[in-house]
Design a protein around this ligand. Sequence first.
Ligand code: PLP
Length: 399
Amino acid sequence: ITLKLNAKAVALAEEGRKIYNLTAGQLPCKPMSELIELMRGELNFLKSFQYAPVPGIRELRDKFLHRFFATRDLENSPLEAKLDCAISNGGKHALGNALGALVNPGDEVILIAPYWLTYRPLVELWGGVAKVVSSTLYDQFIPSIAEIEKAITPKTRAIIVNSPNNPTGIHYPKDWMERFGKMLLEHQEVSVISDEIYFDLSYFDPGPTYFYQLYPELLNRTIIVDGISKNMACTGLRIGFTIAPAELIAAIGRLQGQTTSGANTLVQRALVELDFDLISTFLEPIRNQLRNNARSLRESFRQADLSNCWYQSTSAFYFLVDFSTTPMFQRFAKSSEETEEISDYATDICSDLLEKHGVALVPTADFGTPNCARISLVLEERPFAEAINLVVEYLNQEK
Ligand code: PLP
């Protein structure tokens, strides 16, 4: 669906139309110059062009582990020695590996909707069964712990948690993480895959907290998925990593060894030399821009009286707009009542919005949320505000 809409956006732009593309899942800038220079330097060495060790270069694995313990306030944790890190070809690959190592056919994996659209196909690829627990704007996209607990069965292998979240742009609050952790203590057989790829991209305090910070013993069955795609603006370099108990990391290594081998050597070697403290300096102006766009979007929706649509996003690059309560929605719901087949109108609405106003969004039925669309916040502030005004004008038609 996204590719189709993108193709349409490109075709309209070629016709000379002004198009605002709010579909991006990546930063529109180059990575920090220090990393580029280090990569340039590594080009001089034969080793940069040869196979990396399957689970990654040891120094880099240790660096990712060290940064993890430092940024989650878990330094000197007794568990540090029991965890390990494997480097893979991007966060998506890390996630696929983790599910491959964990899931047997028939195992259940709990997803919290809205979820990143890749989770379900990856679970199913390994023969698992996705069980979905939903959250909505009315509960600020914070899922009910009771509902999650209800979804646990003897077949439950794992729960996937993604905070900060794609596509909602929120992270779960500390008290939720505390209750989630407490619930997990009662279910010893359940592992958690914590997708933290947007950890560094929160722009309102308090930042993300995780259940294992409150109950470190849960790190024994937690698999953290992360990477450099989002926080270092390196989606195309394909470096992700997994932090998990050493046994599971060894299993991931065996799987990766027979499927893809180790990740890109040149980039790993440059990352070994990079000062990771530069990440926050690099992200500072980006966070400011995301914060400004998030604020201006919320204000535009509020002022336009789209009362069931607005909330304050706080992290990642996204905002989720629910079409079902907007005046425009009635036009689509009514016209297709005749066929009575379609219950998701977001693709039609996004297509119409693109044709009439030149704004491209991502409809999110595949994210487990029909009749909604994802707005990317990465555009510069002026064109972003222009695009949001067009979205608001469109959604308020029919009033
Ligand atoms: N997890 C989430 C929630 C994402 O949004 C993405 C990318 O969009 C990824 C993981 C994977 O990132 P990559 O494979 O580019 O490192």
